[in-house]
Design a binder for this molecule. Structure first.
Ligand SMILES: [Zn+2]
Ligand SMILES: [Zn+2]
Length: 367
C-alpha cells in the first residue's frame, strides 16, 4: 500500500504546470485535481525536455535550466528522491514568475527583500526561493493560502535556507530600538520615542543622509532616531547605546552615541536652518511681500523689521555658573533668551542667541 501511494503523485500544484501545458498541447485537458503515476510523469518530462530542445533550436532563446534535469535519465522515482518534505510549510520555491503574496502572474513585480522572505517563512510558513517576487505596487496584505503546495527542498535549498535563517536571527539579535520599515514597529512607537512619525523621520533622513559620510556602525535613520530620542527622553547617551545595540567597547559606547548626536545636530542645522532662518535666506523683494496693509501705509516699499526678545524655559542646570546665568529673577524660573527679528506679518526672519536670562532686550540689541 505504501509503495503504491509513493509512486502516484498529485499534479495539481504549480510545480506540475508543465504537465498540464503538455497535455493541453495534445488537445486534451487535465482535471484540476490530478494524480499521475511516475512512469507517465517521467515520460511527459522527457517530452517536455525534447520540446524545449526543439524550441531552443528554432528560436535560439535560452531557457533557464531546471534544477532536476540531470536526474531525469535515472530510473523511476529518483527525480524527487533527494528532496525532503518540510512538514507544515508550503510553497515549492518555483516562484520567480508570480507574486508570492497574491499568486498572480503577469503583474509588474519586484524582488522580495530578505526581510520579506523571512516574514513569509516565520509568520506564514511559506517557503520562497531567493528569486521570489511580489507585486511592485502592493496587492494583498495577507499571502494567499497555499495548503495544496507542499514544500520539498533539495540539500542545496536547505543549506541556503538555514543560512538565511541564521542571518535573520543575527539581524534580530542586534536590531536597534527603531529602524526604517521593519514591519513590526508601529507608528505610535516612532512618535512615542522621537516625537515624529515614520514618514517625517524618513523625510529628515533624506535631507541629511547625502551630507553624512558612510559608516558601517551607523545608519542615517538610526542616528537620527537616537538624536530625537535624546531630545525627547533625555536618557543618557550610554542608555541610548543599549537601546540601539551599539557594538563597541564598554568605554566607547557613550562616546559613539554622543558623537552621533552632535553630528546629526550639525547635519540638521546645515540642511534646514540656512534656508529657513537668517537675514540671507530671503531676498529683499520677498521680504517686502511680508508687509501688512498697516505697515505698507507707514513704511511704503522699504523694509520694516521688528525686533523683540523672547525666551525658552529650561531645566535648572547642575553646573553652578550655568544655573546662575539661566536664572531669571523676573520670571523666577530658569530660561534662555533669544532675540527674534520678524517681518510685519509675523514671519520669523532670524533668531539670535542664546543670551543669558538676566540680559535685557536693550543690552542684547547692542550685541
Ligand atoms: Zn500512468
Ligand atoms: Zn501580488
Amino acid at each position: 500500500m505504501k509503495t503504491r501511494i509513493k509512486s502516484w503523485r498529485n499534479v495539481s500544484s504549480k510545480r506540475y504546470q508543465w504537465i498540464h501545458q503538455l497535455v493541453e498541447q495534445r488537445g486534451s485537458e487535465l482535471e484540476e485535481e490530478m494524480i499521475l503515476c511516475n512512469k507517465c510523469r517521467i515520460s511527459l518530462y522527457k517530452e517536455k525536455k525534447r520540446n524545449k530542445v526543439v524550441r531552443n533550436y528554432v528560436s535560439s532563446s535560452i531557457e533557464p535550466e531546471e534544477g532536476f534535469n540531470e536526474n531525469i535519465n535515472r530510473e523511476n522515482n529518483s527525480i524527487f528522491d533527494n528532496r525532503i518534505k518540510i512538514e507544515g510549510f508550503y510553497g515549492d520555491g518555483n516562484d520567480k514568475d508570480y507574486c508570492s503574496w497574491c499568486l498572480k502572474a503577469g503583474t509588474e513585480t519586484k524582488a522580495l527583500s530578505n526581510i520579506e522572505r523571512m516574514l513569509l517563512i516565520c509568520d506564514y510558513k511559506i517557503y520562497c526561493s531567493a528569486n521570489a517576487r511580489r507585486c511592485k505596487n502592493g496587492c494583498v496584505d495577507i499571502p494567499v493560502d497555499r495548503s495544496i503546495e507542499p514544500t520539498y527542498l533539495d540539500h542545496n535549498q536547505i543549506y541556503l535556507l538555514i543560512n538565511d535563517l541564521i542571518c535573520e536571527v543575527h539581524r534580530v539579535k542586534y536590531m536597534p530600538l527603531l529602524v526604517e520599515d521593519d514591519g513590526v514597529t508601529s507608528e505610535g512607537d516612532y512618535v512615542a520615542w522621537t516625537g515624529w512619525n515614520l514618514s517625517q523621520l524618513k523625510d529628515m533622513t533624506s535631507l541629511i543622509s547625502p551630507r553624512m559620510h558612510k559608516s558601517k556602525h551607523r545608519q542615517p535613520f538610526e542616528a537620527l532616531c537616537m538624536y530625537w530620542i535624546k531630545l525627547k527622553t533625555n536618557l543618557s547617551f550610554r542608555q541610548i547605546g543599549t537601546l540601539f545595540k551599539v557594538q563597541s567597547k564598554e568605554e566607547s559606547i557613550r562616546k559613539r552615541v554622543e558623537d552621533s548626536f552632535h553630528a546629526i545636530s550639525n547635519y540638521l542645522y546645515d540642511a534646514i536652518v540656512p534656508s529657513h532662518l537668517g537675514i540671507n535666506h530671503l531676498s529683499r523683494a520677498l521680504a517686502i511681500t511680508h508687509h501688512t496693509a498697516y505697515t505698507t501705509t507707514f513704511f511704503g516699499s522699504s523694509l520694516a523689521l521688528i525686533w523683540d526678545g523672547t525666551y525658552i524655559y529650561c531645566n535648572k542646570s547642575e553646573d553652578h555658573k550655568l544655573q546662575q546665568e539661566t536664572y531669571s529673577g523676573q520670571k523666577s524660573r530658569h530660561l534662555v533668551k533669544f532675540m527674534s527679528i520678524i517681518l510685519p506679518d509675523g514671519y520669523i526672519l532670524d533668531l539670535i542667541g542664546p543670551f543669558k536670562a538676566k540680559d535685557n532686550d536693550a543690552k542684547i540689541s547692542k550685541v
